[in-house]
Design a protein around this ligand. Structure first.
Ligand SMILES: [Zn+2]
Length: 124
């Protein structure tokens, strides 16, 4: 499935994580008793699937902040297993693009990101 590069994603809480019927621009969240999984299609438009699990940094998990309508995910999402090497933050439903994961990871595109993300990167 081809679609345009996305700058926004909308959270959707589900009982079952979708398979082939995953739609672009949606971040599916399945809250389980033990584990919470998130799935979305890569925001670049390549159709790559990203499945993430909430957890501590030690568990290589992500943290989710949901305010009732907007979602933020930390740390950033890197599509390292895909050709596109896309790398972005999800911050309050917005896709904030970073340089590709394969390029120098120490160089973030602060000009695009602004101070909000720079603060978070500095504190990691
Ligand atoms: Zn991609």
């Amino acid at each position: 499935m081809k679609y345009h590069r996305l700058y926004e994603i909308v959270p959707e809480f589900v009982d079952e994580i979708p398979g082939l019927d995953t739609e672009p621009g949606k971040l599916y969240i399945r809250i389980g008793e033990k584990y919470t999984f998130l799935k979305h299609l890569c925001a670049c438009g390549c159709g790559g699937q990203a499945v993430m699990q909430l957890g501590t940094p030690e568990e290589h998990g992500w943290t989710m902040i949901y305010d009732g309508s907007h979602i933020s995910i930390h740390p950033s999402i890197g599509m390292t297993n895909h050709e596109c090497q896309s790398h972005y933050f999800i911050e309050k439903n917005k896709i904030l693009w970073l340089r590709p994961f394969s390029s120098d990871p120490s160089i973030f595109d602060f000009a695009v990101l602004g101070n909000t993300i720079q603060d978070k990167v500095d504190h990691r």
